[in-house]
Design a protein. Structure first.
Length: 456
C-alpha cells in the first residue's frame, strides 16, 4: 500500500512544465535517432561495393541492427524494473552514439574481411543500444503520460518521421563537406548531447514492481488480443519497409532525377508524420480499436494501388504512386499509433495484472511491442529484396499480396472486437443477475423455517 502511495505521489508531483520539457527532449532525441537510422542507406552501399563487399554481406550489416533489437527489446523490458527507465534511456543513447561515431571510422580498416566483421559487430552493439533507449522511451511515455499514451506517441512519431526525412539530405550535405566520417561524427555527437539532456532534465519515475516481469511476458505472448495486435504491428512495419529496396526500381520508367526520387521517398514518412499526432489525440478520446480497423483498410487499399495490382485495369502513373504512398503513410499511422496503448490496455486488464498500475506492465509491454516492430523492419526489406528482379510484375504481386494480408489482419481485429464485446455484455448480464439471485436467497433465509419452529 505504501509503495502505491509513493509511486502515485511521485507521478503526481511531476508538473505540467516538466512534462512539456520531457516531451520536447524526447522529441529531439527521436529526430536524431531517426536521422541516424536513415543516414546509412544512401552512403554505405557505395562504400561497401568499392571494398568488394557482397550484396549478401551488406544485407547482413543492415539486418543485424533490427535483429538485435528483436531479441534484446523483450529482455530490456523485463530488466527495466531493476535497471531504471532513466538510466536505460541514457545508456542506450550513449551506446548507440558511440557506435555511430565508431562506424564513421571503419573505412580506415583496409582488410576487407576485418572491415566486414567490424561493421557487423558495431551495428550489432548499436542495435542493443537502440533496443535500450526505444524500450525505455515507450515505458517512460506510458508511465508519465499514462492518460494520454497515444497522443504522446503521436508526437514522438512526428519526430521520428522528421528524422527519417532530414537524415539523408543533411547526411548528404555533410558527406560532401567532409566525406564518409562527418555525417556519423555529427549525428553521434548530437546523440551524446541528447543522452546528456535525458540524464539531467528528464524526471525520475518510480520503477518498483510487485509483478514478475518474466511471468507477465509469458502471459502476454499467450493472450489472443496481444498476439493479433502485435502481428498487425509487424505487418504495418513490413508494409512500410518493403519499399526501401523496391520503390526506386518500380519508378524507373519515369526517368526521375536522384533529387526527384528522394522527394518520392519523403512522401510516405510525411503522410505518416502528419497523421500520427492527430490519430494519437483522437484515439485517446474515441477508443483505439476503430482506428486500427480503419488504418488497416486504408493501408490495404493503398497496397493494391501502389503497383497497381495486376487485376486492376489501370496504368502506372506518377500521381498514383504519390497518392498511394500518402495512403500507405496515413494507413500505417492510423493503425500503428493506437496499437501500443491497445496492447498496454490488454496487459493491464489481464488476469496476471488484474487492473493494477505497475511499472513492469509498461516496461514488459514496451519490450514486446518493440520486438514486433523490429521483426517488421527485418521482414520488409527481405520480402522486397526477393522481388527486385527485372520483371515489374513481381512488385505488383507482392504489393497486392501484402494488401490482402492486411485485409486479413483487419478481419481478425474485427472478429476480436466482436468477441470481446460479446463477452463483456455476457459478463454484464451475469453481474446484473447476481444481485437478484442474492436478494432471493436472502429473502428465503428471512422466512420462518418450519422445521426449526417445530423443534423449538
Amino acid at each position: 500500500m505504501e509503495k502505491d502511495q509513493t509511486e502515485e505521489t511521485q507521478l503526481s508531483t511531476i508538473s505540467r512544465r516538466t512534462k512539456i520539457i520531457s516531451i520536447i527532449i524526447l522529441s529531439c532525441t527521436y529526430v536524431v535517432t531517426g536521422s541516424v537510422y536513415a543516414v546509412l542507406a544512401p552512403f554505405f552501399p557505395t562504400l561497401a561495393q568499392s571494398r568488394s563487399v557482397t550484396t549478401f554481406e551488406t544485407g547482413i550489416i543492415f539486418a543485424i541492427y533490427p535483429l538485435m533489437k528483436l531479441f534484446i527489446s523483450p529482455l530490456i523490458g523485463m530488466a527495466l524494473p531493476q535497471l531504471g527507465v532513466k538510466y536505460t534511456l541514457w545508456a542506450g543513447m550513449m551506446i548507440d552514439g558511440g557506435c555511430t561515431m565508431a562506424f564513421g571510422f571503419l573505412p580506415e580498416i583496409l582488410d576487407r574481411n576485418i572491415f566486414v566483421g567490424f561493421c557487423i559487430v558495431v551495428r550489432a552493439i548499436e542495435g542493443i543500444g537502440a533496443a535500450a533507449y526505444s524500450t525505455a522511451g515507450y515505458a517512460f511515455a506510458s508511465t508519465v503520460f499514462k492518460d494520454n499514451v497515444a497522443t504522446t506517441l503521436g508526437f514522438l512519431e512526428i519526430a521520428t518521421s522528421l528524422g527519417f526525412m532530414v537524415g539523408p539530405p543533411v547526411g548528404g550535405l555533410l558527406y560532401k563537406a567532409g566525406g564518409f566520417k562527418l555525417p556519423f561524427i555529427v549525428l553521434a555527437s548530437l546523440m551524446i548531447v541528447a543522452g546528456s539532456c535525458i540524464a539531467y532534465f528528464l524526471p525520475s519515475v518510480s520503477h518498483e514492481s510487485r509483478i514478475s516481469p518474466t511471468g507477465l511476458m509469458k502471459q502476454l505472448i499467450l493472450l489472443p488480443r496481444v498476439l493479433i495486435i502485435c502481428i498487425g504491428v509487424c505487418l504495418h512495419i513490413t508494409s512500410f519497409s518493403y519499399l526501401d529496396p523496391t520503390l526506386s526500381i518500380h519508378i524507373k520508367p519515369f526517368k526521375l532525377s536522384h533529387f526527384e526520387v528522394g522527394l518520392i521517398f519523403l512522401v510516405l514518412p510525411a503522410g505518416y508524420g502528419i497523421c500520427a499526432p492527430v490519430i494519437g489525440y483522437a484515439s485517446d478520446r474515441l477508443g483505439f480499436r476503430k482506428f486500427i480497423i480503419i488504418g488497416n483498410a486504408i493501408l490495404g487499399v493503398s497496397l493494391l494501388f501502389v503497383g497497381p495490382a495486376p487485376f486492376i485495369p489501370m496504368k502506372l502513373t506518377l500521381a498514383q504512386i504519390i497518392l498511394s504512398n500518402i495512403g500507405l503513410g496515413a494507413g500505417v499511422a492510423i493503425a500503428l499509433i493506437p496499437s501500443y496503448p491497445d496492447v498496454l490496455e490488454a496487459a493491464k486488464n489481464s488476469r496476471y495484472c488484474r487492473g493494477r498500475e505497475d511499472f513492469a506492465t509498461n516496461s514488459v509491454t514496451s519490450g514486446l511491442y518493440g520486438s514486433f516492430l523490429s521483426l517488421g523492419q527485418i521482414i520488409g526489406p527481405v520480402v522486397g529484396g526477393m522481388f527486385t528482379s527485372s520483371s515489374d510484375l513481381d512488385f505488383d504481386w507482392i504489393s497486392a499480396s501484402l494488401g490482402f494480408i492486411v485485409f486479413g489482419e483487419m478481419v481478425l481485429v474485427i472478429l476480436l472486437t466482436v468477441v470481446e464485446r460479446w463477452m463483456a455484455s455476457k459478463t454484464l448480464r451475469s453481474d446484473a443477475e447476481s444481485p437478484n439471485l442474492i436478494n432471493s436467497v436472502n429473502s428465503e433465509c428471512e422466512k420462518p423455517n418450519e422445521s426449526t419452529a417445530l423443534l423449538t
